[in-house]
Every structure is written in structure tokens, then in C-alpha cells.
Design a binder for this molecule. Structure first.
Ligand SMILES: [Cu+2]
Length: 116
């Protein structure tokens, strides 16, 4: 008897947690725009991008040299992108805006985080 009640309680808890997460994510974000940033000629294009929480940013490397998009404070990074490779990052609260290429520190750019 006791064991049966415990199982039901656990199941209810699991369902509540499962439902709560997607609702929370939707409430905190807007429609979720897609942004494209090309890496070409050892530069990020565009060098400054207006983004909001929930947006997705995709970097594509058009150069022969490998590049990354790496937050100056280390909070996010794409990893190494070789020629014609892409990687995406979803904008989250508290994400820092200034970023660079870890192989070429003179390559810098900025995400301008809006309130959504
Ligand atoms: Cu680079």
C-alpha cells in the first residue's frame, strides 16, 4: 500500500517537471529568430548583430583557414570551424556579447543582446 502511493507521487512529480520546462522556456523567449554570420576574409560579417534570448545564431566559415566564434569571457564558443563548416548557438540570458576567433585574436565582433 505505502509502496503504491510512493510510486504515484513520484510519477506525478516527473510529469510536472517535464511539463514545466518547455513552458518556462517559451515564456522567457520570443519567436526565436535565425541569424547568420559569415566568417570571410578573417572577419565576422556582420561584425555587430542585434539578438534576443531564444534566437539562434549560425556562423559559417567561408575562409580556407580554420576559425571559431568564442566569447571573450569563455561563456560560449562554436568550436573550430573549417572551410564551409557551420555551428549554431542559442542566445541565453546572461550570454556575453563580445567574441573573437581563438586562432586570430584580432578578429573580433559583438552580439548586442536585447531584452526580448
Ligand atoms: Cu580565425
Amino acid at each position: 500500500m505505502n509502496r503504491k502511493i510512493d510510486k504515484r507521487t513520484l510519477l506525478k512529480g516527473a510529469v510536472a517537471a517535464f511539463v514545466a520546462v518547455p513552458f518556462g522556456v517559451r515564456a522567457a523567449s520570443h519567436a526565436g529568430k535565425e541569424h547568420m554570420v559569415n566568417i570571410v576574409g578573417f572577419a565576422f560579417d556582420p561584425p555587430a548583430l542585434d539578438v534576443q534570448v531564444g534566437d539562434t545564431i549560425t556562423w559559417t566559415n567561408k575562409d580556407s583557414a580554420p576559425h571559431t566564434a568564442s566569447a571573450d569571457d569563455g561563456s560560449w564558443a562554436t568550436g573550430t570551424l573549417r572551410k564551409n563548416e557551420s555551428a549554431s548557438v542559442v542566445v541565453t540570458n546572461g550570454m556575453s556579447g563580445d567574441y573573437h576567433c581563438k586562432f586570430h585574436p584580432s578578429m573580433t565582433a559583438q552580439l548586442m543582446l536585447g531584452m526580448g
